[in-house]
Write a protein that binds this ligand. Structure first.
Ligand code: G6P
Length: 634
């Protein structure tokens, strides 16, 4: 949520800032802004210029093109509005009263009201409704005090001022600060919001996420909570929260996970839907390699001791990740026999269940940065530490597409879904990656606990090995089918998705995808629940999309679909071809696979249909209104 970039070096900062912001736009696109300091040639200090524009980054780029922006030091921001509407006066960077300190922030300053009142009592005028604006004012005040001792402005002085101000802030934040008096100093700090430093030759870039750094350098230094750094063209001074200087080796960004490119597709979302066979193929080669014993066919990066004694699993997640977790819970319970519960991370934080012994807690977040998921995991680890009894000790696994994220640094074990970077705000290939991660875990637990016969384990393994091919064929076929079907939805206002058992979460995911990118109201229900209320909504203008895959609830879903049809609803089936499918007005045919693997395929028509409906409606598919890919605020 919100992306920040900052740069200091020997090149003009603005082009680097704008390019960095372009890579971070998935984090928010309500407004964008940059501030630069152009050093005076004939004396100390420089000229601080701030440019901000409402809406997409393109508006800011136009402004910078038109007006120019000089200086080799700068900060930039792309905003997802929390405090204050998406207007220019609320866009970052924010400045102090005399306009010489500029700040960009990602996060939320929870005590901003109190701080603002104190500043206002001193007569300091505010220009925005944001929580962030207190920061430049507070830094400006600190700098005045420090300068009153007669010391000359310096990077160390700015560092000192930011450190003092950070102590007053409550909440989660990542900050980058510049000061007109010190064109050779950039100060950055973070607390529970991501911030990475990229090390170039004699120049440094900071950003909320790796794609903003990858085009600039592959050598990175992720900052830890509470750390603060002074960056100059000559080097980095990094301090921990106690003020102790840190010496840490940077790491190298590897792989293509940091490169953002739409290829020949119209949208990132469509490209990412089409990349799913590749995601699955990679997963098969990593986790189901041939040659492993039939009774234990899964390769996972954990020691056997990791699985020992686990009697219960609790999964914390938000949004699409939570839907993947629900399929995961079904597999872990029904296939592997382990009691498993899924929680909204945001609810768990404030209403966690009583502690259970021998529990594995799994956090699922593709970005690895979702504030609620991270905080819920941290809270759970703390509760378990405080308990003291080893049976209640914290054991945490993170399932993520970004092992280098905050989640990666927070939990004991990480399962990297390796889906490749996803830019479309509506998650597609990372959802598939998360589902596959749960298949691997379910197979592993089933083989260790012997809850399934070797035949059952082998059958599921073989089916999973065939999923990449199935996906390839399905996506080809359904792209066109969904495009045709989408034309009928152009003025639909409500859609109901039905599913049962392992496909109930897919009904939820179908509804979420449609809401997210087409702004059509949609709800997913367990098909059997429809008659307890939702059926009242049904009429001719409300399409019902029913996922009916052969298995233990096949006939049940078909009956529920009949009930909908009897109320005049237009019935769309996501089901295999055959006489049973005649109940549907329109069929989106799926191959006949087992119930276990069906979610991996049934989700494809959901994704493609949402995509094509949103396209027909002329909407901004990759950057839907009000959403952001990575929600780093509570
Ligand atoms: C946001 C995104 C969703 C995503 C959710 C959880 O709401 O718009 O697409 O499912 O965050 O994100 P995570 O990174 O934790 O999977």
């Amino acid at each position: 949520m919100c992306g920040i970039v900052a740069v200091i070096g020997s090149r003009e900062a603005a082009p680097l800032l704008l390019e960095g912001l372009r890579q971070l736009e998935y984090r928010g696109y309500d407004s964008a802004g940059v501030a630069t300091v152009d050093a005076f040639e004939d004396g100390p200090g420089g000229l601080l210029t701030c440019q901000r524009a409402k809406g997409k980054l393109a508006n800011l780029c136009e402004l910078v093109d038109r007006e120019g922006s000089l200086g080799q030091l700068g900060i930039g921001h792309t905003r997802w509005a929390t405090h204050g509407k998406p207007e220019i006066h609320n866009a970052h960077p924010h400045r102090d009263e005399c306009g010489s300190v500029a700040v960009v922030q990602n996060g939320i300053i929870e005590n901003h009201r109190f701080l603002r009142e104190q500043l206002e009592l001193k007569g300091i005028p505010f220009a925005s409704e944001t929580d962030t604006e207190v920061i430049p004012h507070l830094i400006g005040e600190e700098l005045k005090v420090l300068q009153s001792n007669g010391d000359l402005p310096s990077g160390s002085m700015l560092l000192d001022a930011v450190r003092k101000v950070a102590l007053k802030l409550k909440g989660a934040y990542a900050l980058a600060v510049i000061w007109a008096e010190t064109p050779d100093a950039l100060v950055v700090t973070r607390w529970q919001a991501p911030l990475l430093i990229g090390l170039g030759e004699g120049e440094f870039l900071c950003a909320s996420d790796t794609p903003a750094l990858a085009g600039f350098t592959r050598t990175i230094l992720p900052m830890e909570d509470g750390e603060i750094a002074l960056l100059t063209p000559l080097g980095i001074e990094l301090y921990n929260k106690d003020g102790v200087r840190q010496q840490r080796n940077p790491s190298l960004l590897t792989g293509s996970n940091h490169v953002v490119n739409k290829r020949h597709f119209r949208h990132f979302m469509l490209k990412e839907i089409h990349e799913q066979p590749e995601t699955a193929q990679l997963w098969v080669s990593r986790h189901l390699p041939l040659g492993l014993p039939v009774e234990a066919p899964v390769a996972l990066p954990f020691e056997d001791s990791f699985y020992e004694g686990i009697e219960r699993i609790e999964i914390l997640a938000c949004g699409t990740s939570r839907h993947a977790a629900m399929v995961g819970a079904y597999l872990l319970e029904q296939f592997s026999g382990i009691p498993t519960a899924v929680f909204y991370a945001s609810e768990f934080r404030y209403a966690a269940p009583p502690l259970a012994a021998n529990t594995l807690t799994i956090g699922v977040t593709q970005s690895g940065e979702t504030a609620d998921t991270l905080a819920a995991l941290a809270m759970e680890a703390e509760r378990r530490r405080a308990h003291g009894d080893p049976a209640f000790a914290s054991r945490q696994l993170g399932v993520t597409n970004r092992p280098e994220s905050s989640l990666g640094r927070q939990v004991d074990h990480i399962l990297d879904i390796g889906s490749g970077i996803e830019i479309g705000v509506a998650a597609t290939k990372t959802f598939l990656g998360q589902l596959l991660a749960f298949y691997a875990l379910a197979l592993k637990f089933a083989s260790l606990r012997k809850s399934r016969s070797i035949l059952e384990i082998t059958t599921l393994t073989n089916e999973l090995r065939d999923i990449p091919n199935q996906l390839r064929r399905l996506i080809q076929k359904h792209d066109q089918l969904s495009e045709n079907l989408a034309t009928r939805f152009s003025d639909t206002q409500d859609v109901i998705f039905l599913g049962r058992g392992i496909n109930y979460p897919i009904a939820l995911e179908g509804a979420l995808k449609l809401k997210e990118i087409s702004y059509i109201h949609a709800e997913g229900y367990p098909a059997g629940e429809m008659k307890h209320g939702p059926i009242a909504l049904l009429e001719r203008r409300v399409p019902v999309i029913a996922i009916a895959m052969p298995g233990r609830v096949f006939e049940k879903v078909l009956s529920n679909a009949q009930e909908a049809k009897a109320r005049d609803a237009k019935l769309i089936g996501v089901a295999p071809e055959g006489p049973e499918a005649e109940v549907f007005d329109v069929l989106m045919p799926l191959p006949e696979v087992s119930e276990w693997t069906s979610p991996l395929l049934s989700v494809i028509p959901m994704q493609l249909l949402s995509y094509h409906i949103a396209f027909q409606r002329g909407l901004d598919i990759d950057q839907p209104r009000n959403l952001a890919k990575s929600v780093t605020v509570e």
